[in-house]
Write a protein that binds this ligand. Structure first.
Ligand code: 8X3
Length: 254
């Protein structure tokens, strides 16, 4: 049974907070940061999953719905000093042309990726500054620098999330907080399963015939970022499979 000891004075490990940590890139990042010596506070809507993960890595699991003010307030309660925040919660829903855009899908994408990251970041900026060496990692996507057919709901949300993060890089200049944006291309997680609402065949087809990145590939890079000395700011890191040159240009040979 994991204890909620993220702010216990006896635990001297630096604190890292990871959102969307119940699976995929979030869970892999939590494992990686824990292996690097962080006490990781993992948040997600599926509390059973983050509790199990916290037990495994000696961290703290708390329920978190980034679209809900009260949930975010409860999640950050007692976190007065935070060294690393990984804004990973978010995702895509649907793949529709603008002409037939599903407004509920758009609302979900903007609520989670844009406003969700904003809520958590706002709540933790004082704690990140208080650490004397804070780091905010935004997991965006190559969709934050590209446009593609039928993807506007997701690309616009990722652009907005990224621009918020890049603005903070300016606004926090002079404070002891670094900011890094991670822009992954194809990563085989439940990303496509969520996008296509559980349609496994359609989700599997996204990665068919090529070798996508794994969640661990991305987590390893985030671990590298978090282990740089305080004066080194990695602003943006774009990582894609060798088989993918852009969001819609890839090679399938398998
Ligand atoms: C998703 C990136 O390349 O799968 O964030 O569209 S891609």
């Amino acid at each position: 049974m994991s204890t909620d000891n993220a702010s216990r004075p006896t635990d001297t490990r630096p604190i890292a907070v990871v959102t969307g940590a119940s699976s995929g890139i979030g869970a892999a990042t939590a494992r990686r940061l824990a292996a690097q010596g962080f006490h990781v506070v993992v948040g997600a809507r599926r509390v059973d999953r983050v509790t199990a993960l916290a037990d495994e890595i000696g961290g703290t699991g708390r329920q978190l719905d980034v679209t809900d003010d009260e949930s975010v307030a409860a999640f950050v309660d007692g976190l007065d000093t935070v060294h690393v925040l990984v804004n990973n919660a978010g995702g895509a829903k649907g793949l529709d042309p603008v002409a037939t855009a599903d407004l509920d899908d758009w609302r979900w994408m903007w609520e989670t990726n844009v406003l969700g990251s904003l809520r958590v970041t706002k709540a933790l900026i004082p704690a990140l500054i208080a650490s004397g060496d804070g780091l905010i990692v935004a997991v965006t996507s190559i969709a934050a620098i590209e446009a593609y057919d039928n993807g506007a709901g997701y690309t616009s949300a990722k652009h907005a999330q990224a621009l918020t993060h890049r603005t903070l890089r300016y606004e926090l200049l002079g404070e002891p907080v670094r900011l890094t944006e991670i822009l992954p291309g194809m990563v085989e997680t439940d990303f496509s399963l969520v996008r296509f609402e559980g349609d496994k065949e359609r989700a599997d087809a996204v990665y068919e015939g090529l070798t996508p990145l794994t969640a661990d590939d991305v987590a390893e890079v985030i671990g590298f970022v978090a282990s740089r000395p305080p004066h080194v700011n990695l602003d943006q890191i774009v990582l894609k499979p060798r088989d993918q040159a852009s969001a819609r240009r890839n090679i399938r040979t398998g």
